[in-house]
Design a protein around this ligand. Structure first.
Ligand SMILES: Cc1cc2nc3c(=O)[nH]c(=O)nc-3n(C[C@H](O)[C@H](O)[C@H](O)COP(=O)(O)OP(=O)(O)OC[C@H]3O[C@@H](n4cnc5c(N)ncnc54)[C@H](O)[C@@H]3O)c2cc1C
Ligand code: SF4
Ligand code: SF4
Length: 468
């Protein structure tokens, strides 16, 4: 039976990203709960009869064996659009830009240039949708800090700006959409959008109601231990953390040198603390602490099945502006028109080539395309179950690169164990003690050799001379 197969493959082998699609289906015997590693996972309801379901969970799960269909979905949704282009990293696209919002406080309230919420606001303003399905602070539950909600006004939308590097699931919000007529836009990370596209192919109601998909560029997703560990390092115990802003802009610093702000209780008093992320132990994205294993097996960085994708323009010419700049990939002509109509007044945009779009996420692509090919190879060598991917398995990497990929995965996996030890000892230092040797090992491997550093220095000096 399909449920048994889903649990025995995707979930048991730790490829579940916790999206909740399987639990959203009519008659699903599954419900979503946060597990001991701080990630959502589907569980069987006790005593729920497992009848056949109209839509198989295997046909919508982003990590089921044969759902490596990003290119196929892209082709069927965007392939016939006039002037559409294709790039192996961006997927189908009409145009790509770097830019930010000039009007209102979208940019100051947003994670980067504020485009994510601005695009959604334009869809609301033009009555193309009635509501935006996106992630906001959860005021009903002290334990879960963020969840998917629906904003019907621009004011409600603005209260949900910024990135949530936190476990989120969609089962309840999708059930709401099925029960409540209306036109919606869904904002989400790439694998969630792919999953809902797969669902929409079979569920007429979802297909009719979710009119637009706004994708977020995605490096990887974090378990709730990421938020808790940040608070803990700043003096707020895990169960006393009440709010977190993962993307606090720091004036006069580069956009990629941002901070975090946490709120919580300490001996009965409410406290607010902030810190540049660079000063914290768990926040280096390259080290991947508290990363979902599924993210190691994902090749869609730019949400290729979304009508438009927004991310950070991590390019030196834009990163220096602390106010934040987006990279934007547009695939839907309606959204392209919204950009064309507003580019003189409300937004600032510059067209970007697909090469530049790639460069803005070069590290992510290296890890998720080159690195993935090696991880797939290792899985196959060990005869372990894995989902099919667009990337093919390969062993043709330098031995150093292979070691880096293995150590990175180890860092993520061990971070969960280390956190549980710290929790048991009620002391965050226990986390550091456990992780330090692994981290030193990884850093040694990742540090360029003396010769390479000397070469880079000579190159930099030569470039300076040329500029003079
Ligand atoms: C897990 C994760 C990993 C990311 N990794 C990268 C990366 O590697 N490189 C990169 O360039 N960008 C990455 N991003 C995207 C980046 O952090 C910003 O979200 C993006 O640049 C949009 O910024 P903005 O100012 O335009 O958005 P805003 O105007 O702030 O709007 C953001 C919108 O997204 C919604 N949202 C926030 N978090 C989530 C979530 N988890 N799921 C669904 N909706 C959400 C908000 O509710 C809001 O409506 C990531 C985002 C997430 C959530
Ligand atoms: S990835 Fe999503 S659909 Fe697949 S098992 Fe996990 S929660 Fe269910
Ligand atoms: S890296 Fe891929 S699997 Fe992980 S959250 Fe992002 S889109 Fe989903």
């Amino acid at each position: 039976m399909d449920i048994k197969e889903l649990l025995g493959t995707v979930v048991e082998n730790d490829y579940c990203i916790g999206c909740g699609l399987c639990a959203s289906l009519t008659d699903s015997p599954l419900t979503m709960k946060i597990n001991e590693n701080g990630k959502y996972e589907p569980y069987l309801y006790e005593n729920r009869v497992q009848d056949e379901m109209e839509i198989s969970p295997l046909s919508v799960c982003p990590f089921a064996k044969n759902n490596n269909k990003e290119t196929e979905i892209g082709k069927s949704v965007f392939g016939d659009i006039k002037n559409i282009r294709y790039d192996e990293y961006s997927g189908y696209y009409i145009k790509s830009y770097a830019g930010y919002v000039k009007e209102g406080d979208y940019r100051s309230k947003g994670s980067s240039g504020g485009m994510g919420n601005w695009i959604a606001s334009q869809l609301l303003k033009e009555n193309l949708i009635d509501g935006v399905i996106h992630v906001k602070s959860n005021s009903n539950d002290n334990e879960v800090l963020f969840d998917y909600q629906i904003s019907n006004t621009i004011d409600e939308l603005s209260r949900g700006a910024k990135s949530k590097y936190y476990p989120i699931e969609m089962s309840q919000v999708l059930q709401f959409v099925k029960e409540n007529n209306g036109k919606y836009a869904l904002i989400g990370i790439p694998c969630y959008i792919k999953g809902v596209r797969l669902l929409a192919e079979q569920d007429e109601v979802i297909n009719e109601r979710i009119k637009f998909f706004i994708g977020l560029v995605c490096g990887h997703l974090k378990s709730d231990m990421f938020a808790k560990s940040i608070g803990w390092q700043m003096g707020i115990k895990p169960d006393e953390l009440t709010e977190i802003d993962f993307r606090k802009k720091l004036e006069d610093r580069a956009a990629n040198n941002y901070g975090v702000e946490v709120k919580g209780e300490n001996n009965g008093d409410e406290i607010v603390r902030s810190s540049p992320t660079k000063e914290l132990y768990t926040t280096n994205w390259g080290q991947g602490m508290f990363k979902y294993n599924a993210c190691e097996f994902c090749d869609d960085v730019l949400a290729e099945t979304a009508d438009v994708t927004v991310g950070d323009a991590w390019l030196p010419e834009y990163s220096k502006d602390s106010k934040g700049t987006n990279v934007i990939v547009i695939r839907n002509p309606i959204i392209q028109k919204i950009f064309a109509n507003n580019m003189d007044d409300s937004i600032y945009i510059e067209e970007l080539s697909s090469e530049k779009v790639y460069q803005s996420q070069a590290g992510g692509f290296r890890h998720r395309r080159d690195g993935l090919s090696y991880r797939l190879y290792v899985k196959d060598q060990n005869s372990e179950w894995r989902p099919n991917k667009r990337v093919k398995p390969s062993n043709k990497h330098s031995s150093k690169r292979k070691k880096i990929y293995v150590k990175r995965m180890q860092l993520s996996q061990e971070s969960f164990k280390a956190y549980k030890i710290a929790e048991k000892e009620n002391d965050f230092n226990a986390y550091i003690d456990y992780m330090d040797p692994l981290l030193k090992d990884y850093k040694k491997l990742n540090t360029p050799s003396l010769a390479r550093r000397a070469l880079r220095k000579v190159k930099r000096e030569a470039e300076k001379l040329v500029r003079k």
